[in-house]
Design a protein around this ligand. Structure first.
Ligand SMILES: [Mn+2]
Length: 288
């Protein structure tokens, strides 16, 4: 397997060693204690839209000394300023993000293991200064595949794709992200679902086809945690309102698409904010 870098050179696994780019150690579930002094926000897939993210943070008067932001992953690709988002995230210790499939794909581009995919737009990786690449790889691949956050009233799980059907949150205690697991055809069912899973939403789609009405469902005890914030699949049900289905609060409202929005929620206040490329910030109430 050889890959061609932008400068025309072929890059194989041995050459990664020559360049000195290294992947970080394997990472697993991260536990984050309650924020006693400030607020916690959960944001959907940013996909390179730095300006939208900043507009939401300004709208809530975000205080980096007290408040925290939790991202469901896919900070990069598709949008207009992926490198800007990545630099912003790397310099913001109050931002916690889980590993998304786009973090993995971007790191694979940096490492020369993947060509930039025109569909998911990793072309930005080619213009990152060479001296910044190692810190970018280290940041991208040291995101945990799952985060558990304590809040005043509940325990919230944070993942990118979905909890595998039939699994419980406690099953993630031993989960580990390993380079080989990043392949969607991976035999590691758990990490594959956390990064790429859409089975729960495929079930939803077939329910919709059969005429089952979809509203805001009640929390699902089967997932083994009060609520799971997730992204990865763009949902635009109920006029973009973040929707709780199958124990997951689906937060990807397609910020990387021209007609999409970036969504951020405050679970304690039960409110959400959204902004699109051509729209101002709107807010609403969560109905669960
Ligand atoms: Mn994704």
């Amino acid at each position: 397997l050889t890959r061609v870098r932008v400068d025309g050179s072929e890059l194989g696994h041995e050459q990664e060693q020559t360049l000195g780019y290294q992947q970080p150690d394997r990472v697993g579930l991260m536990r984050v204690p309650r924020n006693a002094n400030g607020r916690d926000y959960f944001v959907g897939d940013v996909q390179g839209e730095l300006e939208l993210l900043k507009r939401l943070l300004v709208a809530v008067n975000f205080d980096p000394d007290r408040d925290r932001l939790f991202s469901v992953g896919d900070l990069v690709d598709r949008g207009s300023d992926s490198w800007g988002v990545l630099q912003f995230a790397m310099s913001s210790p109050w931002l916690y993000s889980v590993l998304g499939n786009h973090e993995v794909m971007a790191a694979e581009c940096f490492l020369g293991r993947r060509d930039a995919d025109p569909l998911s737009d990793q072309a930005w990786t080619a213009s990152v200064p060479r001296c910044e690449i190692q810190s970018a790889i280290t940041f991208l691949l040291s995101r945990p595949p799952a985060i558990e956050v304590e809040s005043a009233s509940q325990r919230v799980g944070l993942i990118h794709g979905e909890l595998p059907l039939g699994s419980s949150w406690s099953d993630l205690a031993e989960c580990r992200f390993d380079w080989a697991d990043a392949d969607p055809k991976s035999t590691d069912r758990v990490v594959g679902s956390l990064l790429w899973g859409r089975q729960r939403l495929h079930q939803l789609t077939s329910a919709l086809r059969q005429g089952v009405p979809i509203g805001d469902a009640a929390p699902d005890p089967a997932v083994g945690i009060d609520l799971i914030a997730a992204g990865h699949t763009v949902l635009r049900l109920n006029g973009f309102r973040p929707t709780l289905i199958s124990g997951h609060l689906w937060l990807d409202t397609g910020a990387g698409n021209t007609d999409g929005r970036l969504t951020m929620v405050d679970l304690e206040a039960k409110t959400y904010l959204q902004v699109g490329r051509n729209s101002k910030v709107v807010c609403g109430r969560l109905l669960f």
